[in-house]
Design a binder for this molecule. Structure first.
Ligand SMILES: *Cc1c(COP(=O)(O)O)cnc(C)c1O
Length: 376
C-alpha cells in the first residue's frame, strides 16, 4: 500500500507504553491485575501495537469497546483475555464466543442470545456482570444484580462468572464524594454476594486511570487503565507519566506579509505588522480541530508559533516569530516534544474546549502511525 508522504505523522514510543504499564503495575502491586484498555484503536495509537507493549510490560488483560475491536486483536495473534466493555448485542454474540472474548452482561435479551449461542456452539462464555453504582450508563441495579443476575450466571453450566464490575463517573474531579458513594454501593453488592455464600468471581473491577492513581480502595482484583497507558495526564497533579505520542506535520509554504494582510477563510486574522506566515500540511480532516483556530500553538525548531486564521480541512497557518528561519519541509510539532519545548495533549485539549481523550481519538486514519520514538 502506498503511504502518505506529506509528512503529517504520528510517532508512538513503545517504551513509553511499557514504562507507563510498569508504573501502574507498581501502583497496584503484584496481587492486582492491570487491564490495558485499547479501545478506539488504542486511543488512536494503534491497538495491536499498544496491546503487545502493555502485555510485554505485565498487563494481564485487555479491554475493548466492541466485538470488532476484539477480533482485530485476536487476528493479530493476541491470546490474552479480552473484555468487551461495551454492549454485545444479540447479533454479535456468536462472533464474541468464536473469538473467545469476555462479555459484559446487563440486558436480558442479549444475555439470552449469548447463552443460546454458547449452547449452539457448545462453548463456555466468560461474562462480567456490570452493576450501575451511579454512572447512569450501562449496568443493572444492585438489587437486580443480587436477585436476578448472580443466580442466573452461577447456575448456567456454559457460563463462567469471570467478573463483577462497575464504572466511576467522577474519579478525575476534585470532589471525592461521588466516588465514595459509588464505592459504597459496590461494596454493599460484594457484601451481599458474600452473605449469600456465593463465590465471588476472580475479576472485581471499577477503577479507570484516575481512580487507580487517586483511590487505592478502588483497586479490588483488577484495574482498567486506558488514558494513563498513553501517558496523557488524567487530572492536574497526577504522577508523571510518559506521553507515548508525538504528532508532527511539515511546513508547505512561507511568506512575508504586510500589516492588514488577511489570512484564511473569513479573514479571521489580519497581520498586525510585517509578519512571516507559514502554511502547514494538517487540518481538521486530520483531527487538528477547527476549534483550535486562532487559539493553539505549534512548535517549529523548538519555538512556539501561534495558529493564526481559520484551520481548514487540510491546512493551517501559523505566525513565525521574528528572526526564526523557516522553510518548506521543516518539521512542525503539533503535540509532543521538540528539544526542550513541549506542547502537551492537555494544552491542545484545553484550547479546543475538550479533553485529551477526544483529541487523541480524533487523529484521523489519514495520518500514518509510526511505531518508534520521534527524533526531530
Ligand atoms: C474507557 C474505559 C476505561 C478506561 O478509562 P481511562 O480513564 O482511559 O483509564 C475503563 N473502564 C471502562 C468501562 C471504559 O469504558
Amino acid at each position: 500500500m502506498m503511504e502518505d508522504k506529506r509528512g503529517t505523522e504520528v510517532w508512538i514510543d513503545p517504551e513509553a507504553v511499557r514504562a507507563n504499564t510498569r508504573l501502574f503495575r507498581d501502583v497496584v502491586g503484584s496481587q492486582v491485575k492491570v487491564m490495558a484498555v485499547v479501545k478506539a484503536d488504542g486511543y488512536g495509537h494503534g491497538a495491536l501495537r499498544v496491546a503487545r507493549a502493555a502485555l510485554e510490560a505485565g498487563a494481564g488483560a485487555l479491554g475493548v469497546a466492541t466485538v470488532l475491536e476484539g477480533r482485530a486483536l485476536r487476528d493479530g495473534g493476541i491470546d490474552a483475555p479480552i473484555l468487551v466493555l461495551g454492549a454485545v448485542n444479540a447479533g454479535e454474540a456468536e462472533a464474541a464466543l468464536e473469538m473467545n472474548l469476555d462479555v459484559t452482561v446487563f440486558h436480558d435479551a442479549w444475555w439470552e442470545a449469548l447463552v443460546r449461542a454458547a449452547e449452539r456452539l457448545g462453548r463456555r462464555v466468560r461474562v462480567h456482570l456490570k452493576v450501575d453504582t451511579g454512572m447512569g450508563r450501562l449496568g443493572v441495579t444492585p438489587a437486580e444484580a443480587l436477585q436476578i443476575w448472580v443466580p442466573r450466571i452461577v447456575n448456567h453450566p456454559l457460563v463462567k462468572w469471570q467478573g463483577l464490575m462497575s464504572h466511576l463517573a467522577c474519579s478525575d474531579v476534585p470532589d471525592t464524594l461521588p466516588t465514595r458513594q459509588q464505592l459504597r454501593q459496590f461494596l454493599d453488592v460484594i457484601e451481599a454476594i458474600r452473605a449469600s455464600k456465593t463465590a465471588l468471581p476472580p475479576d472485581i473491577h471499577v477503577a479507570n486511570t484516575a481512580a487507580t492513581l487517586r483511590f487505592p480502595g478502588t483497586h479490588f482484583t483488577m484495574v482498567r487503565v486506558g488514558l494513563g497507558l498513553y501517558g496523557a495526564v488524567p487530572y492536574a497533579g497526577a504522577p508523571a507519566l510518559t506521553p507515548a505520542l508525538t504528532w508532527v506535520s511539515r511546513v508547505t509554504q512561507v511568506k512575508r506579509v504586510t500589516p492588514g494582510f488577511a489570512i484564511g477563510y473569513h479573514h479571521t486574522y489580519r497581520a498586525e505588522a510585517d509578519e512571516t506566515i507559514a502554511t502547514v500540511a494538517v487540518g481538521y480532516a486530520d483531527g487538528y480541530r477547527r476549534a483550535l483556530s486562532n487559539r493553539a500553538e505549534v512548535l517549529i525548531h523548538g519555538r512556539r508559533c501561534p495558529v493564526v486564521g481559520r484551520i481548514s480541512m487540510d491546512q493551517l497557518t501559523v505566525r513565525v516569530p521574528e528572526g526564526l528561519a523557516v522553510q518548506p519541509g521543516d518539521v512542525v510539532v503539533l503535540a509532543g516534544r521538540d528539544g526542550a519545548a513541549e506542547v502537551a495533549m492537555e494544552e491542545l485539549a484545553d484550547w479546543a474546549d475538550t479533553i485529551s481523550y477526544e483529541m487523541l481519538t480524533s487523529i484521523s486514519a489519514r495520518v500514518p502511525r509510526h511505531w518508534d520514538r520521534f527524533q526531530s
